[in-house]
Write a protein that binds this ligand. Sequence first.
Ligand code: GTP
Ligand code: SPV
Ligand code: MN
Length: 599
Amino acid sequence: MPPPRFPTSGIRIMTTKLPALKEWVDQIAELTQPDSVHWCNGGSAEYHRLIAEMIETGTLSALNDNGYPNCYLHLSNPNDVARVEHLTFVCTPEQEDAGPNNNWMSPDEAHAKMDALFDGAMRGRTMYVIPYCMGPIDSPYSRCGVEITDSPYVVINMEMMTRMGGDALARIEREGTFVKGLHSTGDLDPERRFIVHFPEELSIQSFGSGYGGNALLGKKCHALRIASHQARTEGWLAEHMLLMGIESPDGETHYIACAFPSACGKTNLAMLIPPHSMPGWKIWTLGDDIAWLHLDEDGVLRAINPESGYFGVVPGTNEKTNKNAFDMIHHNTIFTNVARTADNKPWWEGKKIGEPAYDWQGREYDAANGPAAHPNSRFTAAATNNPSYSKLADAPEGVPISAIVFGGRRKELAPLVYEAKDWQHGVFVGASVASETTAAMVGEVGVVRRDPMAMKPFCGYNFGDYWSHWLSFPKRTSKLPGIFHVNWFRQDEDGKFIWPGFGENLRVLRWIIDRVEGRVEARETPIGFLPNAEDIDTSELDIDAATIRKLTTINPVTWAEEMDAIGEYLETFGDRTPQALLDEQQRIKSELDAVDWPR
Ligand code: GTP
Ligand code: SPV
Ligand code: MN
């Protein structure tokens, strides 16, 4: 083999005993032609050296040490501030296997396209090799990957978001398998931007974006799209879910996993502060975005969070809405695309303190230019920064799940909470989630779209097969958790949220746990069990009886229309749609038409 054409001097070279990894890294270096190759060890020296380098090159700026120690600001290219679903592809040999829920390209075409883009792309740059582990380093449920990138910003984010470095490399060498992720920011030309996945090859290639879910390949690309494909073949679930523990005053702790679409409240719920009227309750955060769920030997559904940090939405975060996050991001945090005050502190809409001097594009703030912070501006913080961090986030065996909660952002229709009748009905409830779009993806905001299980952008295979996989679980165990649906986002005629949300959502979680424990009655309706208004505790809340009633009842006419829309949606998956879901749709539709159920 000819020697590689790239020089490797000047940087400490770590390498690997695993031939498959070494060969792949050499091959990528040969293709992309970096000036040097750096194997990341994940240590703090490496982190701080990269920070210093990025400050030097202007990629990062330090924020005011007085109030924001070890906090930095990165401003993206204005054309590169969110995930790009229209440029994201799943490349299975057969298009049908990617399904109508994904953009598809044949693997051959995708490889040709990406090879051309990566050819020489890292010239003049350093190529970083990042071995990482998704999940606790010693958990049988964890899976490893290696991301190759030319972005030091990606490296420092991966450092917080994953278990990265020597321990991960050791596990990869032991196991001999890993997900291959290749990333280059390229020239940030949106015309030359693609995020492609090869599930059969366990590989990902991402070109032309430096932003979050497009570039931190351990996150949505690996832990959801590739992992969901692996999970299907191996009998588990990779989901867009937060993971939290809820401890009652008498010491009983329940763990729940909640799937809400992007920017629909996972981070906020996962670290909520109980309301004043619920003294003695305690929330434990295990994860805010992704959960991997497995049946253990006893048939109990257990979950781990594959990540070790948060890449969270900044706007809206303040002392009142989310004090844990607010405190957490006052130190050791990377901010992306927020505004700055005159004294160099980060600023965002809804912060309630200070005012912007410079906007997220670095311009002097002018209200005529729109929001000061980008609506999808983000913080990156280590999970251990969170005051409500649960040590069980590191437990190899994960935590047992009492309830799965689906949700969406619906200004109308969906009640505050309801419970599915059984697992099959719960899968239907998940499959029929719809939500108003947010700034987390490029495109129009506020349009209702179907987002089954909050996985529309993230399921690495045909939704029809995915629902069948979900439906297969009762064949393997009788101990499955209850399934619920929530909606924190109902609005009145003036566009005001009618439910206070945030910490007050614990009142709804309490009802969910009471249902799981069989401690509270509910009204059986065609769409599921609805709470009796008096069973949602509203003490100390400024909310009237009519509003609570509105939140806990359904309109049979609009729900019948919704069922028609769901039926049409399910049919777009053709013969891959499980019959059981069509049966549920038919049952609910015909029951809604009958008049003899409690309104
Ligand atoms: P991703 O990281 O994109 O997957 O989003 P997420 O689901 O973690 O959403 P997050 O908790 O960051 O919330 C997104 C936005 O919704 C923020 O601006 C929050 O302030 C707002 N939000 C969260 N929870 C509530 C709530 O209960 N009520 C209202 N009205 N807004 C909320
Ligand atoms: C989401 O969009 O759901 C996120 C942010 O959690 S990103 O990492 O960009 O996917
Ligand atoms: Mn997310």
